[in-house]
Design a protein around this ligand. Structure first.
Ligand code: KG4
Ligand code: ZN
Length: 344
């Protein structure tokens, strides 16, 4: 079974080819074209521009994925595309492209939930998935913990009430003057400070937010960060100071994520946690979650933390193994919570 998967939910145009021999799923090729440079000058994603860019990039990205896999369209058995959630115009580009391919090449098409694909992405490189596991998805638009009892059996444990963790990183990075998307840049600056085994001075500590709550909230932290930076303008003015402030901010965000995972493990008694999404590339988060006592912890490879089509193909193949088939209704769904995926 050979699958071509397409992802265009946000600002990455991605395609991947995977093969499933019934025992093992193998990645034959994966291509990601990022639009970071295009949106950098606007300080955030411009949906209309992102959608147009997908339209230009899709044929190129899909062709190069097929060429890298050494396959022709005629050698494919299945197509998969991200249906949602995401930016509507962006999703439409991928979905319409995939539907066109499906009709022209008479290939079945499976529509995949982007967050559900993130949720299974830590299992791409390891044997599994083995159920049950807890999933922490931390991306630019989502921050949620699910109990995953089986494919299609997800229980929401916690969700952010306001900003996502990636947004908290990006907005803080913006306040510190890092260009968009600043999350990884802030993380780099923090790691630079922490590399010398230094700890930020205690006067810079941020308040603990929403202690005792099950959900996430980052908006209070954002206000606290704004006040902190206003109080320490002298630190914002030097690279060394920005690195120290980055370390403080990163630690506060990671604290929130780690404490909610710990609570979810206690609540459910589940001993495996799989962390996914763009923020799962963060090294401080990886270290802290890996140190949770008695837990098996999984992370995707760095390139599978960010948006990619490999995770879309991987989940589609698992769904196909379990009997999912083309139901002829693959439309774009900009809002599509994971708990509502059942039966798709
Ligand atoms: O999953 P993703 O690629 O796209 C969405 O579906 O949102 O996640 C992107 C988010 C951005 O907010 C980005 O700043 C953040 O992940 N990010 C990071 C790091 N790398 C990417 N945040 C913290 N530390 C990182 N190393
Ligand atoms: Zn994502």
């Amino acid at each position: 079974m050979r699958i071509l998967a397409i992802e265009t939910s946000c600002d990455e145009t991605a395609a991947a080819v995977l093969a499933d021999d019934g025992r093992r799923i193998q990645i034959l090729s994966e291509v990601v074209s990022s639009q970071n440079e295009l949106h950098e000058r606007y300080g955030g994603i411009v949906p209309e521009l992102a959608a147009r860019e997908h339209l230009t990039n899709l044929p190129i990205v899909v062709d190069s994925a097929l060429r890298a896999a050494g396959l022709d369209y005629g050698e494919l058995d299945l197509l998969a595309v991200t249906r949602g959630p995401g930016l509507h115009g962006c999703l439409l580009m991928g979905v319409n492209f995939a539907r066109g391919l499906s009709m022209a090449r008479k290939l079945p098409l499976l529509g995949i939930n982007h967050i559900e694909a993130h949720l299974f992405s830590p299992w791409i490189e390891v044997e599994g998935p083995s159920f049950p596991f807890l999933s922490l998805v931390v991306s630019g638009g989502h921050t949620e913990i699910h109990l995953v009892e089986d494919l299609n059996r997800y229980t929401l444990i916690a969700r952010t009430r306001d900003d996502a963790a990636g947004e908290a990183f990006d907005k803080s990075a913006n306040l510190l003057g890092f260009t968009y998307p600043g999350g990884a840049r802030l993380a780099n600056a923090a790691d630079k400070f922490l590399a010398g085994s230094r700890t930020p001075r205690s006067g810079l500590a941020l308040p603990k937010v929403m202690c005792g709550e099950r959900d996430f909230s980052f908006s209070g932290l954002k206000t606290a960060i704004q006040l902190l930076l206003a109080r320490h303008k002298e630190l914002c003015a030097t690279e060394e100071g920005r690195c120290e402030l980055s370390a403080v901010i990163q630690c506060a965000i990671v604290d929130i994520l780690e404490s909610r995972v710990r609570d979810a493990a206690t609540l459910t008694g589940v001993g495996t946690v799989a962390v996914a999404g763009g923020v799962s590339a963060n090294s401080a988060l990886r270290t802290r979650i890996s140190q949770l006592p008695g837990m098996r912890v999984l992370f995707p490879r760095p390139e599978h933390c960010m948006d990619n089509a490999t995770m879309i193909g991987f989940l589609a193949l698992h769904k196909y193994r379990r009997g999912a088939r083309d139901a002829g209704e693959c439309s774009a769904l900009s809002r599509w919570p994971v708990e509502q995926v059942h039966g798709q």
